[in-house]
Design a protein. Structure first.
Length: 135
């Protein structure tokens, strides 16, 4: 049950990437902006980060499989890989309350609502209009 060999390497890599304050802030900001993502300039401005620091943090998040980049015109937009995020959250809660048989308290109900929101983020967000001006 506590055999660490059963933990997927991708999970360890993702958690390690998020275990750093600046990367976590970048990731959360990108989650807020959904599939359209943000350019590095917008991220740096929002979080008051130097370009070199941001570049390193984006590389680490991308290497962990949590974000991706796409070229749009002359700009690069970074966005969260919502499938990877949902897989990570799913792994973390898949055995929730298994030892006690059930989770029906207020904390579990909050997790259920968050799980529904995460599933919605992972699907169909492309249909939500976003107006993000370019840098």
């Amino acid at each position: 049950m506590n055999d660490k060999r059963s933990i997927p390497a991708t999970t360890v890599k993702a958690l390690a990437a998020l275990a750093q304050e600046t990367r976590l802030a970048v990731f959360r900001l990108l989650v807020e902006h959904g599939p359209p993502g943000l350019t590095p300039g917008r991220i740096a401005e929002a979080l008051d980060l130097p370009a070199a620091t941001l570049s390193f943090q984006l590389k680490e998040l991308a290497n962990a499989g949590l974000i991706g980049a796409r070229q749009q015109s002359r700009f690069i937009h970074y966005s969260v890989d919502f499938e990877a995020m949902n897989d990570l959250v799913g792994y973390l809660v898949e055995n929730c309350c298994r030892a006690v048989g059930s989770c029906r308290g207020p904390a579990h109900q909050g997790r259920e609502r968050r799980a529904v929101r995460l599933r919605r983020l992972g699907r169909g967000m492309g249909d939500v209009p976003h107006a993000m001006p370019s840098d």
